[in-house]
Design a protein around this ligand. Structure first.
Ligand code: HPA
Length: 237
């Protein structure tokens, strides 16, 4: 069944077993240009760029997921099921729900909580919390330690909605669900990994704070997430 509807690769081996997924195609390009050697671009469909290269001699791929669970749901499913990808590590940004998190802090997602119907519709799974792969998280924590990067391991909110009419609702989600930050993809990614017997994890950098209203610009975001990228690249094998 390859190429698939959204990825134009004709041979499976072109995509590495481990793939990093930023939301933004330009961030995928930035990672390939800045950190990888022997780079081959494998996907252009919808400009959702994908690259394979080597990092410190080890093979790794990076491909954008787009924004939201609908988008990462499509790409992660195709990568896991049809291209023999074993590990997907999302590297994204998040909005902090507490003033205890600063801009550029790095989070390793322990669990994603969501009010989304993604998992229920996908296969009837009706719980609202899905965990990341403990095995991948253990490795990510070890790499962070080796690099001397302080990380927060936490439960986050995977939201379907960026622009909520009731902005203040985040305070209830922080209090009642214990989510320290919000992004829009992990719950679907972790679900697909579970359904297909694969592994997924997510690293996030805080790009804005809903309590203090501090924020980064999109240029700053593209290039300033180096700490997180280096941790994720350490997963190359
Ligand atoms: N909401 C949802 N996703 C995000 C945010 C946010 O405030 N910031 C970064 N990703």
């Amino acid at each position: 069944m390859i190429p698939t509807a959204h990825i134009e690769v004709k041979e499976k081996g072109i995509i590495a077993k481990t793939i990093l997924m930023p939301g933004d195609p330009l961030r995928a390009k930035f990672i390939a240009d800045t950190f990888l050697e022997n780079v081959v671009k494998f996907n252009n469909v919808r400009n959702m760029f994908g690259y394979t290269g080597t990092y410190k001699g080890k093979k790794i791929s990076v491909m954008a997921s787009g924004m939201g669970m609908a988008s990462i749901g499509i790409y992660s499913y195709e990568l896991f099921k049809f291209y023999d990808v074993e590990n997907i590590i999302r590297i994204g940004s998040c909005g902090a729900y507490t003033k205890d998190l600063n801009l550029y802090d790095v989070i390793i997602v322990d669990e994603a909580w969501s009010e989304s119907s993604f998992a229920k519709v996908q296969n009837g799974y009706d719980k609202d919390i899905i965990a990341a792969s403990p095995e991948l998280n253990k490795k990510l924590e070890e790499i962070s330690k080796d690099l001397g990067v302080e990380i927060h391991k936490a439960r986050i909110h995977s939201s379907d909605i960026f622009y909520r009419e009731n902005f203040e609702e985040f305070k209830n989600i922080y209090q009642n669900q214990g989510c320290v930050a919000v992004e829009m993809e992990s719950f679907a990614l972790f679900h697909n990994a579970n359904v297909l017997g694969k592994k997924a994890a997510c690293l996030l950098t805080v790009s804005d704070n809903l309590v203090t209203h501090e924020a980064t610009t999109s240029e700053e975001r593209q290039e300033a997430f180096t700490k997180m990228m280096e941790i994720a690249l350490g997963m190359a094998e």
